[in-house]
Design a protein around this ligand. Sequence first.
Ligand SMILES: *Cc1c(COP(=O)(O)O)cnc(C)c1O
Length: 426
Amino acid sequence: MELSLTGTSAPLTAEACAAADGADPLARFRDEFILPEGVIYLDGNSLGARPASAAGVAARVLEQEWGEGLIRSWNSAGWFELPGRLGDKLAGLLGAGPGQVVVTDTTSLNLFKALAAAVELQRSADPARTIILTERDNFPTDIYIAEGIAGFLGQGYSVRLIDDSLPLEAALGGDVAVVALSHVNYRTGAMWDMAATTAAIHDAGALAVWDLAHSAGAVPVDLAGSDADFAVGCTYKYLNGGPGSPAFLWANPRHHAAARQPLSGWWGHAKPFAMEDSFAPAEGIGKFLCGTQPILSLAVAECGLDIALAASSELVREKSLVLTDLFITLVEARQGSHPLELITPRDHARRGSHVSYVHPEGYSVMQALIARGVIGDYREPGVLRFGVTPLYVGRLDVFNAVEALFDILDNRLWDTEEFRTRLQVT
Ligand SMILES: *Cc1c(COP(=O)(O)O)cnc(C)c1O
């Protein structure tokens, strides 16, 4: 079995993988992260690994900025500027410009703000558009938030779900106000063509809101080039921001003046410290802030952003595809009669940065993998997810992970009471 690992054909052996890792221009980034000995971490699409620099930054914020600076640090340590300053950094990874992104709140909250703003822009343009269109297959929070907005608005607003029986083109009627899609599907890893899809949405008179949770830091994103309207996403996944680190929100500058969002808290006010008795939105992206930000989490999130910015995003994408190709090829070579079904697209243009398989005993298989230090995750129904973060995962990791997977499958090592027991977080 032959596979191109370095541009030349190499046999699929541990030695070949190790040799290719040795020549990998991104290999040096592995040292920027702390990972426990003996762990192969294939869940950076759910919670990224910890940057080595995070401990020092957290200590600085706790001891100097909070401990010594106290409230003065809002000014002297730049706390107040963090959402916009980090947003400007992140913009470089999203095909966006300065002053267009804020790092704040959660993805769910930012989606609420972006969807509400988009719906309201449409309501003034064409009140007959009352549908928020999203995917049945979407990450549940995206559907739930859309339902929450439609329910709150009442007046005929509702959510329409696209699926195999109702594809996007068929669902895009003259009643659609906004389309909210996840660029990379959390379950299958399937990726939309953002530019072409946004164009189709605009042709139908709707606005396009993109969720980049599984895209930012992993796949090329060109918000400006795609002419999208709004985008949101996580920093704790491929951007390695830390557990629960603040999410981001981008608004196309053409909407900055007219857009309004309903979480009109004082941080989004034009003059927060004027303490006025009525809300007047900040100009620009600042109007999407709401209240006081989690400064420790924001400060630590910058560590992951800085690493992502130091790496070439072209190389990250190239290596991500090499690793997911390698995973798929190795599984095929060993698959035999095991009921493992690849649900991730083989087409590079349609693939994000994780590989997923359905297996009838998926939950137990993943528990058995995790017990031996190969950490992926499980999503209903029956889905084993393996995420590759090219900054700290190599070919040998993928090789060893697939070896472990087939040791578990070939020997039914998943088939124990322990591995069947469901944990709270899968
Ligand atoms: C991970 C993920 C989220 C998470 O939202 P939170 O508000 O951070 O919990 C939202 N949408 C998608 C598509 C995701 O993959």
